[in-house]
Design a protein around this ligand. Structure first.
Ligand code: FAD
Length: 317
């Protein structure tokens, strides 16, 4: 079922969450152990992130180093298929431009279509470590907009091979990312809004936001989107703070701000458990306010920590 259908069929705020494929070499049961405790809250869909390859340095026998490409978390498509089969819940694979030629993307979409996966989250992907900025694959999509165009083309039966006639028409519901506090590469919110609008005009049917800790950022972003003619569901992304370090790392990695009221509370904490408690309580209050404010879905970035998401869900669902 499409995300948009889940949303329009429900009168209340839905629950969904994002998972990461396990590290290469890990057993899949580790992943199921993370998902099982959240099933009682009836997630409408579960997102599975995509991780492109990164370079690692491998020492040669002569003491010099080789830069070897490796993917630490492979398996997104297979996990989505296994997840739908095991839980009968819609899985949403993240599909990125980085590392994919358009041919690779087409083949991935064909796999997803054959597997009965109805939704995809279309993303550009981040720059690789040490590359400074995002570099598209030669012959690949250069941003999420291009990727959405390719998905929409397949939804219209248009494949890369122009001689292919009467090709199967896919019916993907494509979503895209949105940034209430601006994407890190964007010079300003207005520029980001302009490109976001293009993604929606190209066919993105729902948006999932970057995490934020101040609901005002979400509410004013939604208002701004509506004023700019972006009328698709905007799903807020929730991530509770669980360690003291995250107060400094999250703003850097995701270009977000931590509100003063939250840092003040965290400053009073005496132990890692206190930090977690404050983070969870903050997220619970955020969720309650988002529900009141009409958020269509609460989407949790579990980052493999389902116990924390469960303790929040127990208070709000
Ligand atoms: P785009 O929409 O392409 O935008 C990227 C930047 O370029 C923005 O600053 C935008 O304003 C600008 N821009 C867009 N179009 C143009 C244009 N035509 N000309 C000039 N500038 C333009 N990353 C992963 O690698 N794997 C994941 O699984 C993953 N999941 C994510 C899930 C969510 C909900 C979110 C919010 C992010 C996720 N990311 C993931 C991170 C994401 O890939 C990065 O934030 C990436 O840097 C941007 O992706 P995007 O799809 O938003 O890019």
């Amino acid at each position: 079922m499409k995300i948009t259908e889940h949303i329009s069929a429900s009168k209340s705020t839905l629950f969904s969450f994002e998972i990461l494929p396990p590290l290469k070499g890990a057993d899949i049961s580790e992943l199921w152990h993370g998902i099982d405790p959240l099933i009682e809250f009836k997630p409408s869909f579960i997102d599975v992130t995509y991780h492109r390859e990164d370079f690692v340095l491998k020492r040669r026998t002569d003491g010099t180093y080789d830069r070897v490409p490796t993917r630490k978390r492979p398996g997104t498509v297979a996990i989505c298929a296994a997840l739908q089969h095991k839980y009968k819940i819609d899985a949403v694979p993240h599909l990125i431009c980085g590392g994919f030629t358009k041919e690779d993307t087409e083949n991935a979409l064909i796999d997803l279509n054959f597997l009965g996966i109805d939704n995809v989250l279309a993303l550009r992907g981040d720059a690789r470590k040490g590359e400074g900025g995002f570099i598209p694959e030669p012959g690949g999509n250069k941003n999420a907009l291009d990727l959405i165009h390719q998905i929409q083309n397949m939804n219209g039966g248009i494949y890369l091979d122009e001689e292919l006639t009467n090709a199967n028409v896919t019916t993907f519901c494509a979503g895209a990312a949105a940034y209430p506090e601006k994407h890190m590469d964007a010079p300003n919110l207005e520029s980001d809004m302009k490109f976001l609008k293009r993604k929606v005009e190209a066919g993105a049917q729902f948006l999932i936001t970057q995490m934020f800790f101040d609901n005002n950022a979400y509410f004013s972003f939604v208002k701004n989107c509506r004023e700019n003619g972006i009328n698709v569901p905007i799903i807020p992304g929730i991530k509770p703070i669980t360690t003291a370090k995250q107060v400094y790392t999250l703003p850097k990695i995701f270009n977000i701000q931590i509100p003063v009221a939250l840092t003040n509370e965290l400053d009073k904490c005496k132990s890692p458990d206190d930090i977690k408690q404050v983070g969870v309580e903050w997220a619970i209050e955020q969720c309650k306010e988002l529900i009141k404010g009409g958020a269509p879905v609460l989407h949790f970035y579990t980052m493999g920590k389902s116990a924390v998401t469960k303790s929040i869900c127990e208070k709000i669902y």
